[in-house]
Each structure stands twice: as C-alpha cells, then as structure tokens.
Design a protein around this ligand. Structure first.
Ligand code: FES
Ligand SMILES: [Fe+2]
Length: 366
C-alpha cells in the first residue's frame, strides 16, 4: 500500500479502522510527532488575546482524549503555545477564549506573564519567580493558521507546505474573518473522516442536494497527486460564485474551490468567499472529535447588506453537508467490524484518499 501504482491502490485493511493497537501506533508515529492546527492568527489579533485548543493525546491508561493548549499573543506580538496547566499543582489556567493582561491561576493565584514567565506566587516569598515558566509547545504560523506540536523537536512545518502555499496563497486567506466555531463528536474512525473530506468521488452522490447541485459530476474536479505532508484537489464551480468579490483572484480561481489536507488532522475547503476547516482528533477507534471553523473573506462580508444573514446561510449549508456525510462515515466504521472483503480498485477522484492512506501506511510500515 505504501507505494506502488494507483491502479493497485485499495482502501486500507479494515483492522486499521478498528484496532486499538493500530490507534496506539498511530498516536506514537503519526499524531504525537505531528503539527495540528488549533486555530487561526485572526483568532488572537491583539496582545492578551488567547484561546484554549486541544491536541490529540493518549492518556496513561491508553484511552484517548486531548491535551489542552493555551495559545496566546504576547505583549511583543509573538503568538505562543503553552500547556494549559499551572506549574504549581496543575490547575487549568484558562478556559475558552478571551483577553487577559496576565494569567492568574484560579487555585492559589500564581500569576504568569503572557510569555509564560511566572511573576507572582502569593505568600511564597522564597520562590524565585524568574526560574519558573509555563511549559511551552512548538507553534508555527502558516497561511494564517496556527499549528502546534507536542513534539519537543518537530520537523519545521512551513518548508514542508511550500508547494501548498503556491496553490492557496493567492486567496490571502489570512485576511478571512472568523465567524463561527463548533465541536462535534462522531462515531467513526478519525481516518475515515479525513478520507471522506478529501474524497471528491462521493460528492455527486452524497451531496447531490447541497454541494452537488449544479455540478452533479466529478468531472469539474482536477486531482493533484499529494506529497508526504499534504494533498489537494480543485473543483471549479460552474458559475462564478455570486459572492466571489475576492479581488485578489483572477480567471478560473474566482470560481475555484480548493480541498486540501495538511496531514494528519487538518482539512480545509477554501473558496473565494469563505474558508471551512476541520481539526480531526481521535477519541477511540470509533469516536472522533471534530472542531470546525468558518471564516469569511472581508470584502465578501462587507459586500452583503446583512452579513449575519449571509453567515447564517453558509452555516445552514455546511450543517446540511455534515448531515449528509455523518451517517455514511459512521456506517463505514460499523462495517469495519465485519469480515474483510476482496477490496476493489478506486476511482481517480479518490487520488487524495490514496495520498493520505499512503502517508498513514508508510508511518505504520504496513
Ligand atoms: S495550582 Fe495554580 S496556583 Fe496552585
Ligand atoms: Fe462529504
């Protein structure tokens, strides 16, 4: 599976979707060492702006959950990531999102600067504050996304995504304005969700009432072979989008929809008018946490007399799309508990599914 011709490609063996041992191996070899997108630069525009995000994490008892990460813009305008845990006795420092001049622990009021430095520990004069800081995590910005890694020495992210930047930079999505965020738990394997997002073959069938309207054939989609770090394809909307006021774009890019994955957990749908992206994180072999966000091009927002109504329309569409995918990807996970079958060839419109599966297979040495 890891290499070979596309004609030989098949879906991964069913045990890869149902085995606890495989999930543990995925955590060790794929998820823990990787970069995960926890938010956008636009989520923390001012010093003190912060949010709590979650990294995939395997607990000591082998169950899966998350590791809370505090992402904050400092007074020096540098965005940093810390474990969201007080170094005194482990209370979470922050919840949700907001703006703080400093972080004061809710337990014993230890106080930390935005750069993680301890600056005060009440009734503890003997502690040398300058010797203690919050635990820092690696953070990189890419095209307006904030990627964090639990790996103390991760491979730099930006160089590995240079080819994807060549595709998406023209959209200038770093300017897109965050308008919505939502978290869902689905009863499926995390990889089935990545595969589904990058599968342009199912759109004409599953999404015939939403995305498929007016483009009921995958023939308007150009597949591109992926790399070991990312994959993408481009669908051309038959009509120039009514809201394609994104004047940075020219020619066919004004009606282009880019579907991209930054392996392993970040997938996005980038359009002239809005950006929809998901963070996909396993909670077990048959449970996945999805955090999805929507941002809108600023000139598109300002072109609408009622921007709120416009955003509501996007959310209504995306919820309908999710509602179409949800039963399918859950049913495929349930079927993975059944007997293995003779797997048949794939469509070229599943190129990016194969790209992702090969990335997984290489890491797991399947
Ligand atoms: S746990 Fe934070 S101050 Fe004690
Ligand atoms: Fe879908």
């Amino acid at each position: 599976m890891a290499n070979g011709s596309f004609a030989d490609a098949r879906m991964l063996p069913l045990e890869v979707y149902r085995s606890e041992a495989v999930l543990a191996a995925e955590h060790e070899r794929i998820l823990h060492p990787a970069w995960h997108c926890l938010g956008r630069t636009a989520d923390v525009p001012k010093p003190g702006d912060h949010f709590v995000g979650e990294l995939p994490h395997q607990h000591a008892d082998s169950t899966f959950g998350s590791r809370q990460v505090l992402v904050v813009r400092g007074d020096d305008d540098v965005i940093r990531a810390f474990d969201n845990v007080c170094i005194h006795r482990g209370a979470p420092l922050a919840t949700g999102c907001g703006n703080e001049a400093r972080f004061t622990c809710p337990y014993h009021a230890w106080t930390f600067r935005l750069d993680g430095q301890l600056i005060g520990a009440p009734y503890l004069p003997e502690i040398v504050a300058s010797e203690h800081r919050l635990g820092a995590l690696a953070l990189e910005e890419w095209e307006g996304f904030l990627f964090v890694s639990a790996n103390p020495a991760p491979t730099p992210l930006q160089p590995s995504l240079a080819g994807l930047s060549d595709v998406v930079a023209r959209f200038r999505m770093d300017r897109y304005v965050p308008v919505h965020q939502e978290i869902e738990i689905w009863a499926t394997n995390w990889k089935l969700l990545v595969e589904n997002f990058m599968d342009s073959y199912h759109v004409f069938k599953v999404h015939r009432a939403t995305f498929g309207v007016g483009s009921t054939s995958p023939l308007n989609t150009t597949m591109h072979p992926g790399t070991d770090a990312w994959a993408h394809h481009v669908a051309l909307d038959p009509d120039e989008m009514a809201a394609a006021n994104n004047t940075d774009l020219v020619g066919d890019w004004r009606r282009a929809v880019v579907l991209a994955a930054v392996f392993p957990t970040h997938v996005m749908q980038l359009q002239p008018d809005y950006l929809w992206y998901l963070q996909i994180s396993p909670l077990g072999t048959d449970q996945v946490r999805i955090r999805w966000d929507v941002s809108v091009a600023p000139d598109v927002l300002s072109a609408h007399a009622d921007p709120d109504a416009y955003v509501r329309g996007i959310l209504q569409l995306l919820r309908a799309v999710n509602g179409e995918d949800h039963p399918v990807v859950e049913s495929v996970r349930r079927a993975a508990d059944g007997p293995q079958f003779a797997r048949a060839p794939l469509s070229k419109y599943e190129q990016n599914v194969v790209d992702f599966d090969r990335f997984v297979a290489r890491r797991l040495a399947l």
